[in-house]
Design a protein around this ligand. Structure first.
Ligand code: SF4
Length: 427
């Protein structure tokens, strides 16, 4: 191989650099204000005692499930009224009193309201939408178990959630009371896991596993923990956000017994971070449970960089590490929530380097049909040539980085001696 010669690749001239900077970083048009969290107990529950309000079972028993109930609290738009009427037989309406108390009763664009109240757009189906967008049913060797990656599985332990999110990927399953794990299925699941020794990580999801009673959840965790090759247990939940009262010291005491156990919490908007949520996350973190967040990118709710920045910064303050931002899946009736992929990349562009690295999640598309998560990020590699690369940083400034010169030692025989000859090899 020939020694390296310098390539013509170099940092672009100043004018080009400035144009690149302006293209990537258009001047900000002033600050944007993010809606603050505000828990205002609606009039209908004014007579309820603090003890009842803070009891998660009371919250579940008093969920809003009908148009008539919701009309008493929220000034509904015609689109919402039609959406609720058409939600029967589709994804049900259910909202905890607590989550309702975060809604703006007069603003239909309130991010909490948009997530939980059906709109007429849900009946408009796009040709790209699928009943099972992630191909989970085709990767299910046993009912309730999805085995898509080599060393980890997803266990759907219940079909119930505290609040049904209008963009739910598993809307084909949740609220149906048909697909949750029964005792019989769980025995089958355990049998499968015991015979698949490569599985080292089990993610309990649903529905929401934290809606199970402590005893039922503990039975599952303890029996999974007893399988020697299962190293990690994880729980995916939205309960700390929609029903934070469920995070009790008794629950945390039970969960602590099954470490290493991690929890991924589904957060969507900074308005969700209330004092109740801070307390819930604090209890879990104090229990030694690593907390990560998962956020679906949603049009008109969190698709602005300043909203996501506020969310990830607030999450770090409550000891939740921002983990994933998901591009919205192709679930039926969710087209109105989808943003362009460029929107997601732009959000990462505005986070990376502009705030703490710990606060920057990975933006992913869960490949339609079951290909798994595919990460996406802005392109920081401007060009690549012989012996060096050109990069840009978060401000659009351009830098050269020389590739390593790898020295190759070659044995040669010269006048009876062994000699090492160095040779530059271009990576
Ligand atoms: S909490 Fe999760 S599973 Fe339940 S409705 Fe929301 S997105 Fe779907």
């Amino acid at each position: 191989m020939e020694p390296a010669s310098d390539s013509n690749l170099s940092v672009p001239p100043r004018g080009v650099r400035r144009a690149l900077q302006l293209y990537l970083f258009p001047l900000e048009m002033g600050g944007e204000k993010v809606e603050e969290s505000r828990e205002t107990i609606p009039q209908v529950w004014k007579g309820v005692s603090e003890k009842e309000w803070n009891d998660w079972r009371w919250q579940l028993r008093h969920r809003i499930t009908t148009l008539e109930q919701l009309k008493e609290i929220i000034d509904l738009t015609p689109e919402e009224i039609e959406g609720i009427k058409h939600s029967k037989g589709r994804l049900a309406l259910a909202v905890t009193p607590y989550f309702t108390s975060l809604m703006d009763p007069i603003n239909p664009n309130c991010p909490i309201r948009r997530q939980a109240i059906p709109r007429i757009e849900e009946i408009h189906l796009s040709k790209n939408e699928m009943v099972d967008p992630l191909g989970e049913d085709t990767h299910s060797p046993v009912p309730g178990l999805v085995h898509r990656y080599p060393d980890r599985v997803l266990l759907l332990v219940t079909d119930q959630c505290a609040v049904y999110c209008r963009y739910c990927t598993r809307r084909r399953l949740v609220g149906s009371s048909e697909r949750s794990i029964t005792q019989g299925n769980f025995e089958e699941v355990l049998k499968y896991l015991k015979s698949h020794r490569k599985v080292r990580d089990v993610l309990l999801s649903g529905g929401d596993p934290l809606l199970l009673e402590n005893e039922r959840l503990e039975e599952m965790l303890s029996r999974l923990r007893a399988i020697p090759h299962i190293e990690i247990l994880r729980i995916g939940t939205r309960v700390p956000v929609t029903l934070p009262q469920r995070i009790t010291s008794g629950l945390v005491r039970m969960l602590k017994k099954y470490h290493p156990l991690m929890i991924s919490i589904h957060f969507t908007h900074p308005k969700e971070i209330t004092d109740q949520v801070r307390r819930a996350c604090s209890e879990l973190a104090d229990g030694g449970i690593p907390l990560g967040s998962q956020t679906v990118l949603l049009k008109g709710i969190n698709d602005k960089p300043y909203i996501m920045k506020k969310l990830v910064q607030e999450l770090l303050k409550i000891r939740v590490r921002p983990y994933y931002i998901y591009q919205c899946d192709l679930a039926m009736g969710t087209d109105h929530f989808r943003t362009s992929v460029a929107t997601g990349i732009q959000i990462i562009e505005k986070l990376r380097g502009h705030t703490t690295g710990y606060a920057v999640p990975t933006y992913v598309i869960d490949a339609p049909g079951g290909g798994g998560k595919i990460p996406l990020q802005p392109d920081y590699l401007v060009s690549k040539g012989r012996g060096k690369i050109v990069l840009r940083n978060y401000e659009g400034k351009v830098f050269e980085y020389p590739e390593p010169n790898i020295i190759e030692f070659k044995k040669t025989r010269s006048m009876g001696e062994e000699k090492a000859v160095s040779k530059k090899v271009i990576a």
